[in-house]
Design a protein around this ligand. Structure first.
Ligand code: ARG
Length: 269
């Protein structure tokens, strides 16, 4: 739906440009749009792109996006004397949005990977993640190896472009096209598991725990698939902001603020 709207808007914009162009050279008739070349951060505002269906890192409480990332970002912004704006977009669009400078940073329980490091820079890591496997309570799947077995035909749900997606697609090789379904959010993947459309979901451990707690009939396998580091991403050109954020983040790690935020959302639950 959003995509359709975007196309309609794009067509409308092209049409209006064409109309303006057709108006001849009467400059006074054209409205000039100033394109901001200054990054948003220069204006005292810090825009953070996230995908807010990833509890306890980011999720909606009513209209508000809350969670570990939201709180850590707020603490960073406060330290830097900036105003924080959180923008909820598709996970798959975060890196491109940061690269082009549309957002100052991406913070989404995002794993540092070699591949992503080619496109963006990452801050100091502020949390650890593990890729877990969720199945239904009476599932015959006992470990990730059951899914990877050559003669198995289990279907796996993942969130598009997440590391869970990348690893399982890689490990299944040729069988991936048939057996991996990519969903736009973790919520959608878990709903597909509940309704029997897939046999397992691969997702980060903390969101996995939240989903299993909120959905009857699901469990997490004991086996850990992959363990990883979460960090904030920045455009490669924006080292100034990265350095400032890193300095603030490192202080917040040192003085225990990050830990108390994590405790508030995880340990204390
Ligand atoms: N840690 C995984 C990755 O970086 C999943 C992150 C998904 N985050 C989200 N907010 N939906 O690929």
């Amino acid at each position: 739906m959003k995509r359709i709207l975007a196309i309609v808007l794009a067509v409308a914009m092209i049409a209006s440009v064409a109309v303006l162009a057709g108006c001849g050279n009467k400059a006074s008739n054209t409205t000039e749009t100033t394109i901001a070349t200054e990054p948003a951060s220069a204006k005292g505002k810090l825009t953070m792109a996230t995908n807010a269906y990833f509890p306890p890192y980011e999720y909606y409480e009513g209209e508000k996006i809350v969670g570990i990332d939201a709180d850590v970002a707020k603490a960073i912004a406060d330290k830097l004397g900036m105003e924080l704006e959180i923008v909820d977009i598709e996970f798959d669009s975060i890196i491109a949005g940061v690269q082009t400078g549309k957002y100052d940073m991406g913070m989404a329980g995002m794993t540092v990977t070699e591949e992503r490091l080619k496109s963006v820079d990452f801050s100091t890591s502020y949390a650890k993640g593990i890729q877990s496997v969720i199945v239904t309570e009476n599932s015959p799947i006992k470990s990730i190896d059951d899914i990877l077995a050559k003669d198995a035909n289990y279907k796996v749900g993942v969130q598009l472009s997440t590391t869970g997606d990348i690893y399982i697609t890689d490990d299944l090789g040729d069988a991936a096209a048939e057996r991996v379904t990519e969903f736009q959010t973790g919520n959608d993947a878990v709903a597909a598991l509940s309704s029997g459309k897939v046999d397992a979901v691969i997702i980060d451990n903390e969101p996995a725990k939240s989903y299993v707690a909120a959905t009857a009939g699901l469990k997490i396998l004991d086996t850990e698939y992959v363990s990883e580091d979460y960090a904030i991403c920045f455009a490669k050109s924006n080292t100034e902001l990265k350095d400032k954020v890193n300095a603030a983040l490192e202080e917040l790690i040192k003085d225990g603020t990050v830990k108390s935020i994590v405790d508030k959302y995880i340990t204390a639950k």
